[in-house]
Write a protein that binds this ligand. Sequence first.
Ligand SMILES: CC(C)(COP(=O)(O)OP(=O)(O)OC[C@H]1O[C@@H](n2cnc3c(N)ncnc32)[C@H](O)[C@@H]1OP(=O)(O)O)[C@@H](O)C(=O)NCCC(=O)NCCS
Length: 181
Amino acid sequence: MIETDRLELRELRLDDFEAVHAYGSDPEVVEFVPWGPNTEQVTRDFLEKTVAQIGSEDRNDFVFAVVPRGQDRLVGTVGIYADGHQAMLGYAYDRSVWDMGYATEAALAMVEMAFDVLGVRRVWAACDPENTASARVLQKCGMVLEGRLRHDTDIRGELRDTLVWGILESEWHDTNMEGST
Ligand SMILES: CC(C)(COP(=O)(O)OP(=O)(O)OC[C@H]1O[C@@H](n2cnc3c(N)ncnc32)[C@H](O)[C@@H]1OP(=O)(O)O)[C@@H](O)C(=O)NCCC(=O)NCCS
């Protein structure tokens, strides 16, 4: 488990179904992502696939339940997907907790884990050009806008551009060293 100021990031469990399905089936939550709104089966498949990776030696997907400290309530998930020297960051939260800084707090913990525990050299993320809140989260993690892929993402039949954001290990460590002096 990873702890931040206000959050616990713990392994997902199959009995997280209700909370994960609540946001995964919410059309507003999935507006800017290519998945969803989830059927119950899709949410179950996501949980089973994620739980199956826990403890495996060749684990690549590190997806965590985000739970406010002292509460027994999953409010979203955050994940790092490692691939060689890189890792991709992703997240989604229940609308009831948007704009409270949780997404940024959890994302920062994941970026730290990617560089300091998994030892990757670059962390990146993709978001829809209109997903301003997500772009802001990525900026607050120290990521820079690296490019725009035209018509890269199919969101329920509509081809949309994708913004690619990234941070290099050297940038992450420079920023954190500045912060600690
Ligand atoms: C994107 C998402 C994770 C953001 O979560 P959050 O908890 O609101 O994020 P935070 O509170 O940490 O930060 C949000 C930032 O965006 C800003 N923001 C929110 N909505 C905004 C809007 N419509 N326009 C401009 N800025 C906005 C907030 O002010 C805040 O920035 P600030 O700290 O500088 O004030 C959440 O909206 C979500 O789960 N969306 C659905 C799934 C999704 O899109 N996932 C990402 C796929 S790339």
